[in-house]
Design a protein around this ligand. Structure first.
Ligand code: ATP
Length: 402
């Protein structure tokens, strides 16, 4: 679905993204994580055609950003990290406004608005003013408008930032639902537990470099030998330490006053063996717990190293992408059809109502505002969902009452 090849971005002399290679298969829910300033937003903005790369190349759904810029953008729905609110604009007007940018006529937008609002749990809110919505609702509205042109790929920059736990759960549900309908989703976030829970693939960025990327399970199992067993020792610690040193396949991570931390695989069998062996050696154990590798511990390990010391891991990372039509890194000149100056906030959108600085420039997927509308994409994924819902729900019309 997405092939990113040697993508590079220089802001002046500052290397924000450094030869990034990534392949995200169709249907993935891909989590993009990294510390502040790692280059995630820069990468996402290049992926959406909002920022011109210094070098490199991106293909989405077979459309190359250089050779088919309009098709490329049509296949992407972008949800930025910042929701610009227009004063005195109702939800339905907001959707109409974006519909017009996408070149969709008002009548069709009105129909799609109902469906999309239902999909993001904002049913029947067409008449509500956008600036009265909660932050979580605004974010979901943003998702709805990014879906207006029925893109195959949804790209979201920190959609859960600043949301309360309930709003985060609601956003997660919406994303999982969309993913189950076949949308490929890329989501950047600092909330690693959410990423680990909902994404099936992940990429970790640090200092402009992609440190690792791959299936979530593979990435999480990268450091299984680094699991910790933490044992509370009630008797003589020296005895415990010397005994552990004699055990095969384990090592001591650290020793504190009452606790010994052991590096081990963390399997139940191994933990049993260690505990039994200590007990048989007369060590009095007050308790123990496992500290398993998770995305957070891995993130901390990988992002505390210098990028040069890091290694790409697996099949998702690769060299030049198959079928890539451009020689990346060689011709970083202006891309035909790219409407946005690199590194510069885009100007007002055609038909923009107020405060142009609040909204990004031409939307990914946008066709010329005010242009004749194209044949509308069939929202197959919505139709399928409705059919599923209809079959799932019992028909109560004239049926049995409880
Ligand atoms: P965060 O998690 O804080 O949003 P990020 O991973 O999204 O960070 P970017 O916003 O892509 O990181 O920024 C990467 C680097 O590029 C940072 O050092 C940032 O200061 C720099 N940068 C971003 N935009 C510009 C710009 N327009 N001009 C100059 N430097 C920039």
């Amino acid at each position: 679905m997405i092939y990113i090849n040697n993508l590079t971005k220089l802001y002046g002399k500052y290397l924000a993204v450094n030869k990034l290679n990534l392949h995200v298969p169709k249907g993935d829910l891909f989590g993009f994580v990294g510390p502040n300033g790692a280059g995630k937003t820069t990468t996402i903005r290049m992926l959406c055609g909002l920022l011109r790369p210094t070098a490199g190349d991106i293909t989405v759904g077979g459309c190359n950003m250089v050779y088919s810029p309009n098709q490329f953008k049509k296949s992407i729905g972008y949800v930025p990290d910042f929701f610009g609110v227009y004063d005195n604009l109702k939800v339905k007007e907001y959707m109409e406004f974006y519909g017009s940018i996408y070149g969709i006529d008002d009548r069709t937008v009105a129909k799609m608005t109902g469906d999309l609002l239902e999909l993001v749990n904002l049913k029947n809110l067409e008449e509500q003013y956008v600036d009265t919505l909660s932050r979580g609702m605004k974010q979901r509205l943003c998702v709805a408008r990014a879906l207006l042109h029925n893109p195959d790929l949804l790209v979201m920059d920190e959609p859960s930032s600043g949301l309360d736990p309930r709003a985060r759960v609601e956003m997660k549900e919406v994303l999982l639902n969309l993913n189950s309908m076949g949308k490929t989703i890329i989501i950047s976030s600092h909330i690693l537990s959410d990423i680990a829970e909902m994404c099936n693939s992940v990429g970790i960025m640090n200092k402009g470099c992609l440190v690792t990327a791959g299936r979530m399970q593979d990435i999480l199992s990268m450091g299984v030998d680094k699991n910790h067993l933490i044992i509370n020792v009630k008797s003589n610690m020296d005895d415990a330490v010397s005994h552990v040193k004699e055990l095969p396949d384990v090592s001591i991570n650290s020793v504190m006053e009452n606790e010994i931390i052991i590096n081990c695989s963390g399997s139940d069998e191994e933990v049993n063996k260690i505990i039994m062996s200590l007990m048989q050696a007369g060590v009095l154990i007050g308790g123990f717990r496992k500290e398993e590798q998770n995305l957070e511990t891995l993130f901390m390990q990988l992002t505390s190293q210098a990028p040069s010391a890091m290694h790409p891991v697996n099949g998702m990372q690769s060299g030049p992408m198959p079928g890539s039509p451009v020689n990346p890194g060689v011709q970083p000149g202006p891309m035909p059809g790219n409407p946005v100056n690199p590194g510069v906030q885009p100007g007002p959108m055609p038909g923009s109502l107020v405060n142009p600085g609040m909204q990004p420039g031409p939307m990914p997927g946008s066709v010329n505002a005010g242009a004749q509308s194209e044949p509308l994409p069939e929202l197959d994924f919505l139709k399928e969902k409705k059919e599923q819902d209809n079959t799932a729900q019992p028909n109560t019309e004239g049926g049995d009452k409880i």
